[in-house]
Ligand binder design. Structure first.
Ligand SMILES: [Ca+2]
Ligand SMILES: [Ca+2]
Length: 477
C-alpha cells in the first residue's frame, strides 16, 4: 500500500494516520525505502522514518521527514505499508483506506496543507507465486526442489496468465496452500517440469511477499506434529563428504554420504571446495543410489564460487529412506598444471532436509574432507613407452594404511620409496628386480625405523631403470 503525494511544492516532511478496517487484513510493516520495482521516494533517500502501528484500532501512524531538509517538489510515494490478508478473506473483499491527522511542512518549518483522499482496494486471499521460489522463502535455491518432491502430483487451479519470468503472479491458493508455490510453471500440477523455473530463476530474491508468507509458512509447520518422536533412534543423523573410489586419469569423485537417517525424503546442500583456481574444477554431479532412482534432482555448479549446490528429493507418496548411503556423487577434474601437493578441502554448507511431510531433519554436518589432487610425472627419457604406471593410492587420505599399485612393462630393477615434501626419504617399500606385471604394496604410515610418521602430504616414488614416477598421498590421523 504506497502512500502517494501529488502536486506538492518544497515538501520536507509529512505525518498522517492511515485508517482501515481490521476484519480481513493485518498490518505487517512500513518502510520509506521503495520495494523492488516501485518508484523512488518523493522525499529522497536520506530520511527519518517513524511508523507507529495500532493494528487493533485499524490505524497506523507514519512520520517521514528529510534529514537534510532540502525540500521536494512534484508527485510520488513517501511511504509503503504492508498488510497481509487473513486466510478466511472472502474473494474479493473491498478495503477502504482513509487518511487523517495529516500535517506537512517545508524546510523552514512552514506548514503545507494537504487534502487527503480516500481509496478503496479490492483484495483477494490469493497467493502470489514467484516462479521457482517453490518453498516461498524469498530466494530461489536448491532447497526449492524439496517442495516439489513434497507436493509432487498435487493439483490445483491453473495460474491465470502464468509465466516463468521473474515477477510475483497472483493466483488462487490451493487447498494445501504451500503446494501453490511448488507449481512453479503454473499449469495446475506439481511435476518434474517445475524444476525448470527453479533453474531459470536460480539465485533470484524477492521481498514483496516475504513477510506475510513466511509467517503463514511457520503456522503450517507448527500445526503439523513433528514425527521425529520416540519411535525413532535418538542418534543424530550424519552427513559427510567422502572419497570412495578413484576415477581414471586426473579425475576423482567426492561423494556425500548420510548415516543413521530416518525417513529422508528431500535433501539440499552446497558442497564448497577450496583449492587454488588452477587445481581442480567440479564437472558434474549425479544422484547416488540411496534415495532411489525416481527422483527430482537439480545440481547447480558454479566454478567461480567453487560451489556445487544440489537439491534432490523423492516424490510424494514414495515415503522416505532409512539408514546409510550415498546420496550424491560429484566428479572433479584435477588439472595437470596444479601445484605439486595441492590439497582440496570440501565442506558442506546450507544443509536442508525433510521427511515426506515436510518436517525438517537435522543433520550433524561432519568436518571437511581434504583430498590431495593431481599427479606429477617425470619422464627420464620421453621416447620410452608410457606403460610404466604408478597408480593412485587407495584409500587417500588414509589412516593407518594405504595400498599403492604399479605396473611394469619389462623386467627391471624397482625402487618404491616414500619421501616427505622436503625430499627426505622416509621409507623403502620395494628394492628389488622384478619381472613385468602388476604389483601392489601396503604402506602402514611408518618410517624405516618402525615409527609412525606425522600427518601430512608425502610423495611416493617408483624408480625403475628407465622411468621415475611420483604421486602424492595424504596421511590424516
Ligand atoms: Ca525458496
Ligand atoms: Ca507445474
Amino acid at each position: 500500500m504506497p502512500i502517494v503525494i501529488e502536486n506538492v511544492s518544497n515538501l520536507s516532511g509529512v505525518s498522517f494516520d492511515l485508517n482501515y478496517q481490521t476484519a480481513h487484513i493485518n498490518y505487517v510493516s512500513a518502510q520509506a525505502t521503495p520495494p523492488q520495482g516501485a518508484a523512488s521516494n518523493l522525499l529522497g533517500t536520506n530520511l527519518i522514518f517513524l511508523p507507529t502501528p495500532s493494528d487493533a484500532n485499524g490505524r497506523v501512524s507514519i512520520g517521514v521527514t528529510q534529514r537534510a531538509g532540502i525540500g521536494a517538489t512534484g508527485s510520488g510515494p513517501v511511504a509503503w505499508i504492508r498488510f497481509v490478508s487473513s486466510g478466511n478473506t472472502p474473494d474479493p473483499t473491498n478495503i477502504t483506506w482513509t487518511l487523517s491527522n495529516v500535517t506537512a511542512s517545508n524546510p523552514s518549518g512552514g506548514s503545507i496543507s494537504l487534502s487527503p483522499n480516500s481509496a478503496t482496494t479490492s483484495i483477494s486471499c490469493g497467493c502470489i507465486v514467484w516462479p521457482g521460489d517453490a518453498n516461498n522463502d524469498g530466494v530461489v535455491n536448491s532447497a526449492d526442489v524439496l517442495a516439489l518432491g513434497q507436493f509432487f502430483g498435487r493439483t490445483g487451479p491453473n495460474r491465470p496468465g502464468a509465466s516463468t519470468s521473474w515477477n510475483g503472479q497472483n493466483t488462487t491458493c490451493w487447498s494445501a496452500e504451500n503446494a501453490t508455490f511448488a507449481d512453479c510453471n503454473g499449469n495446475g500440477i506439481v511435476g518434474s517440469e517445475d524444476v525448470l523455473p527453479i533453474g531459470q530463476n536460480f539465485g533470484r530474491t524477492h521481498s514483496a511477499s516475504v513477510v506475510s508468507l513466511t509467517a503463514r509458512f511457520r503456522e503450517d509447520t507448527l500445526s503439523t506434529p513433528i514425527s521425529q518422536g520416540s519411535e525413532l533412534s535418538s542418534q543424530t543423523p550424519i552427513i559427510e563428504p567422502v572419497v570412495l573410489d578413484e576415477v581414471s586419469g586426473d579425475n576423482f569423485t567426492v561423494s556425500v554420504r548420510v548415516k543413521d537417517v530416518s525417513e529422508l525424503f528431500g535433501l539440499a546442500f552446497d558442497l564448497v571446495y577450496t583449492a587454488s583456481s588452477s587445481a581442480v574444477e567440479a564437472l558434474s554431479a549425479q544422484p547416488g543410489p540411496f534415495m532411489g532412482n525416481d527422483l527430482l534432482f537439480l545440481p547447480t555448479i558454479s566454478s567461480l564460487d567453487k560451489r556445487v549446490s544440489v537439491g534432490i528429493t523423492r516424490k510424494a507418496g514414495q515415503g522416505g529412506v532409512n539408514g546409510e548411503g550415498i546420496v550424491v556423487t560429484i566428479l572433479f577434474k584435477g588439472f595437470e598444471t596444479a601445484p605439486f601437493g595441492t590439497p582440496v578441502t570440501c565442506t558442506l554448507e546450507n544443509v536442508t532436509a525433510n521427511d515426506e511431510n515436510g518436517n525438517p531433519i537435522t543433520f550433524d554436518v561432519r568436518s571437511a574432507l581434504t583430498i590431495v589432487t593431481d599427479v606429477e610425472e617425470t619422464n627420464l627419457k620421453s621416447e620410452l613407452p608410457s606403460s610404466f604406471v604408478l597408480h593412485r593410492n587407495f584409500p587417500n587420505p588414509f589412516n593407518p594404511e594405504t595400498r599403492i599399485g604399479y605396473d611394469l612393462p619389462i623386467d627391471t630393477p624397482v625402487k618404491l620409496e616414500i619421501f616427505n615434501l622436503l625430499g627426505r626419504k622416509i621409507r623403502i617399500l620395494v628394492d628389488a628386480t622384478q619381472p613385468p606385471g602388476s604389483y601392489s604394496v601396503i604402506w602402514d604410515g611408518r618410517n624405516d625405523f618402525g615409527r609412525s610418521v606425522a600427518s601430512g602430504v608425502y610423495v611416493y616414488q617408483l624408480r625403475t631403470r628407465e622411468k621415475v614416477l611420483n604421486r602424492k598421498l595424504l596421511l590424516v590421523k
